[in-house]
Design a protein around this ligand. Structure first.
Ligand code: ADP
Length: 499
């Protein structure tokens, strides 16, 4: 596979960009579980190409917003069909480029397809929504949804197809043109997704595709003719983008909107009435599924002290059963993390916890012997459970297969919720309890975007369980829900006299 920027439908050969024949940056993509497996090559854009992409999208805005909503919807549905028809190649890319397990890859493609179909329906729904008012003198007014303008979509590597596609198709559904910049680690799958979108009929002026790392994202968000940015990634980057939007006055005087979906420090609260087997199954899936690289993942399992010993024992048993290794093997539960930097950060946290007197390693699942991988040439982090005595000692979000366990006293439930709130994040919260009204009590006190009661604490289901956080976790609205596309549009009021 290969990827390069696509501007106005033309693939840009970045090796020919610089007048002095200096190639721009490029990057060879190696499978995270075995660096001998080469997935392909990515040519990076630079600030100048980012600028050209924005200008192309701005120039294409009038044409794309004039396309009837039904036609836009048809193109997005066709994209969904093409994703399904190209399932095998998308699966291979999810596995080889992002290191996803078979099940995670299946879920990834399904979510991307669901986003296309859901936002296609939204394009049609919002086109039909006009609020009409008539006053006594016979004057009428109505409100209609209209496109906003050009959006920059900056997506992460952890859902390289689903979030990437969701961001783009939501903006396109609204009639906005898009400049998409996927995470540098997963440009190949994003490029393939863009190819399928063009093939489905997304016009070349409506979608510009830009590769590259943070500097290229920075150049995009410093442009002066944007209507908005849709971003998923770290809280720090969201803050930088926010600053950049504030610093750069827009030529059209508009204030661009920022929709940011960022990190989490998610807890699961388990009291003595919870069903232990169910709790441990849910916690293990949430904490170690996708190698812990889901924003929604449970990071802190808070267990009422009366039942903690039994639950920890059960947790150790379940963790011992996890198959850690080559993600292309169907039986694998936990694959590698995305890259060497991620591995290094996670392992240094584990090392720090080992030397922390108040922390205690409860379990660490070894590599599965059935997996043929070279550990030196791969980015595996062993699933690890660590008991801690306070949330503070964890020190922020660790985006990988690490679960912290904290005991709490029943009478200190409110203090526990306050401590979880005090992390500043507010993405997901799991609750396991059979006590009547306790979930409502916790939900009212917790500052959090998504709660999961007596069920697994896992992300989103498009149209059924819209997803998004608050505080340091994001600005909303919730992706996959009815308030998302309206936020990308302008509600315009038109008044007229019937006389
Ligand atoms: P993660 O920690 O998940 O890698 P990042 O916030 O670093 O998250 O990256 C998420 C996305 O944001 C990627 O596409 C990355 O290239 C992009 N990015 C990083 N820095 C910036 C920046 N300063 N401005 C715009 N985009 C950026």
């Amino acid at each position: 596979w290969s990827a390069a920027p696509v501007i106005n439908g033309q693939a840009v050969n970045t090796f020919e960009q610089d007048g002095a024949n200096q190639p721009l940056d490029s990057h060879t993509v190696r499978a995270p579980w075995n660096h001998n497996v080469i997935a392909g090559k990515v040519q990076y854009a630079n600030a100048e190409l980012a600028r050209q992409a924005i200008d192309a999208a701005v120039a294409g805005q009038a044409k794309w917003q004039a396309v009837p909503a039904s036609e836009r919807a048809a193109i997005l549905r066709k994209t969904a069909d093409l994703y399904e028809e190209n399932y095998a190649e998308l699966m291979a890319l999810c596995q080889i480029e992002a290191g996803k397990t078979t099940q995670d890859s299946i879920d990834e493609i399904k979510e991307a397809v669901d986003f296309c179909r859901f936002y296609a329906d939204e394009a049609e729904r919002l086109n039909d929504i006009t609020h009409e008012f008539t006053d006594l003198a016979g004057k009428q007014s109505r409100q209609v949804y209209k496109a906003r303008g050009t959006f920059v979509c900056i997506s992460p590597w952890n859902f390289p197809l689903a979030i990437y596609t969701g961001q783009i198709v939501a903006a396109l559904a609204a009639g906005n043109t898009v400049v998409a910049k996927p995470a540098e680690q997963t440009s190949l799958i994003a490029h393939f997704g863009a190819k399928l979108m063009y093939q489905a009929g997304v016009p070349s002026e409506a979608l510009q595709f830009v590769t590259g790392a943070g500097e290229v994202g920075g150049a995009l968000t410093a442009a002066d003719n944007l209507s908005g940015v849709i971003f998923t990634g770290s809280t720090q980057t969201a803050q930088r983008i926010n600053q950049s939007l504030n610093d750069h006055a827009q030529a059209n005087g508009e204030l661009p909107i920022l929709i940011a979906e960022t990190g989490g420090q998610n807890a699961m609260i388990v009291d003595s009435t919870a069903l232990p087997e169910q709790v441990v199954k849910d916690a293990v899936l949430s904490a170690f599924g996708s190698a812990g690289q889901r924003c929604s993942a449970c990071r802190i399992l808070c267990v009422q002290e009366d039942v903690a010993d039994g639950l920890i024992e059960l947790l150790q048993g379940h963790m011992a059963e996890l198959v850690v290794g080559n993600p292309t093997y169907v039986a694998t539960d936990v694959g590698p993390v995305i890259d060497a930097d991620a591995k290094q950060g996670l392992e240094s946290h584990i090392e720090r916890m080992k030397s922390e007197p108040t922390a205690n390693i409860l379990a660490q699942t070894p590599m599965s012997t059935s997996s043929v991988v070279s550990e030196e040439q791969s980015t595996f982090v062993l699933p690890t459970a660590i008991e801690v005595q306070t949330i503070d000692v964890i020190g922020g979000e660790h985006f990988g297969p690490i679960l912290h366990v904290l005991r709490y006293k029943a009478r200190e439930l409110d203090q526990l919720i306050d401590a979880i709130n005090a992390t500043g994040f507010g993405l997901t919260l799991g609750i396991h309890s059979r006590i009547e009204n306790i979930a409502e009590h916790i939900e009212r006190r917790a500052v959090v975007g998504n709660t999961y009661v007596n069920r697994n604490q896992i992300g989103a289901v498009v149209n059924v369980q819209p997803f998004g956080g608050c505080g340091l976790s994001g600005t909303g609205p919730k992706a996959g829900g009815p308030h998302y596309v309206p936020r990308l549009m302008k509600l315009s009021s038109e008044s007229f006299s019937s006389a």
